[in-house]
Ligand binder design. Structure first.
Ligand SMILES: *Cc1c(COP(=O)(O)O)cnc(C)c1O
Length: 363
């Protein structure tokens, strides 16, 4: 059994992908070809945001977002300790001080109620992460940001397609960033990413910064990156985006089967009222996790841990002076969470095997 079966998806769209691929090979515009702007339009349209700008990956998207908003040395950025390393990494690379707010132990997202007490005169931005495919309460975060004059970057690497009160992930923050890494809800066949904003001048700046700060060819109005999305990846994403809404619904069905099987027996990730997760991960909590994962493996079922070490305990963050940070809820989560196989094409048979093994192995 696969943790995420990407080949099952490919089998269904092989002909369309091959055609798109051939079109690119033949038109020859491998960098910034016509598929890029075609995809950007479709992405913006899908999430309901005015501008989408492709880039090389989700990590660069965070770098570009911070560069665009002028976040750097002497600035403080409030974020979560419980995320993939890239969120903390990029904040530290920009030279900003990462100020942690602990998580909500039911959704594993940043606890919105703990953000305001962390705001100081140096705070420049809040970077919430929509973990496991679910947005935090972005309405409340945006309200807080407005009150204090802060920018918000939604790290939506795991939540493309998610919803909050009818609004889609990537449509509400000052700038939102996502990743098209193959295993993300909307993935390509390599690295890829995108940024989203409703602000026209920010959109212009983002599209310049992702391409060496060029406002026109060989005229550089800012310092940027070589972080363009490949034309081939954009071509692939166009076909994947076409089937994505259907896949989001299939993900709901898989999650619902897990939810029903585990209800009252196992702590699963809570999806808040009015929110829709895209289940980048389906994550449960277990005692004695290492032992549990070993037993699952022996039963032929892959599991994964997202994430075993919170940002503030990473060796480099200790070196950077974050040694005495106390984030008890992130710590507990990092010791107890375990993600189960989850993808839109999971068979009921396979899912029953996972469910049986989980119930047997929780002891
Ligand atoms: C995957 C991920 C990223 C980085 O995306 P890449 O495309 O791999 O660079 C950033 N933040 C979070 C929360 C992620 O899950």
């Amino acid at each position: 059994m696969q943790f995420i079966d990407l080949k099952a998806q490919y089998a269904g769209i092989q002909d369309k992908i091959q055609k798109r691929f051939n079109d690119v090979m033949e038109h020859g515009m491998y960098i910034m070809g016509p598929e890029i702007s075609e995809l950007e339009k479709e992405l913006a349209n899908y999430v309901g945001c005015k501008h989408a700008i492709g880039c090389a990956n989700g990590t660069d998207a965070l770098m570009i977002a911070m560069e665009t908003l002028g976040i750097g040395k002497d600035d403080e950025v409030i974020s979560t300790p419980f995320t993939f390393f890239a969120t903390g990494e990029t904040i530290a690379l920009k030279g900003a001080k990462l100020v942690f707010a602990d998580i909500d132990p039911d959704t594993y997202n940043i606890d919105v109620e703990k953000i305001e007490e962390k705001i100081t005169s140096k705070t420049k931005a809040i970077i919430p992460v929509s973990l496991y495919g679910q947005m935090p309460d972005m309405d409340k975060i945006m309200e807080l940001a407005k009150k204090h004059g802060l920018s918000v970057i939604e790290d939506a690497a795991q939540s493309f397609g998610a919803e909050m009160r009818g609004k889609k992930s990537c449509s509400v923050a000052t700038i939102s960033t996502t990743s098209f890494f193959p295993a993300k809800p909307l993935g390509c066949y390599g690295d890829g990413g995108a940024l989203f904003t409703n602000d026209e001048s920010l959109a212009k700046k983002i599209s310049e910064i992702r391409n060496h700060g060029q406002s026109k060819r060989y005229t550089h109005t800012s310092l940027g990156y070589n972080s363009r999305l490949d034309t081939l990846q954009a071509a692939i994403l166009l076909e994947k985006l076409a089937i994505f809404p259907k896949e989001v619904e299939l993900r709901q069905e898989v999650a619902k089967r897990y939810d029903e099987a585990f209800m009252g027996k196992i702590k699963t990730t809570k999806v808040a009222d009015g929110f829709k997760s895209v289940y980048a991960q389906y994550t449960i909590e277990v005692d004695n996790r290492d032992e549990f994962c070993e037993k699952m493996k022996a039963d032929g079922i892959p599991t994964a841990v997202h994430y075993p070490v919170p940002i503030h305990h990473q060796p480099i963050f200790k070196d950077l002076g974050y040694a005495n940070i106390d984030m008890p809820l992130a710590d507990t989560a990092s010791q107890r969470v375990c993600s189960l196989p989850m993808h839109p094409y999971m068979s009921v048979d396979d899912q029953m095997k996972v469910i049986d093994a989980v119930l047997k192995n929780i002891g």
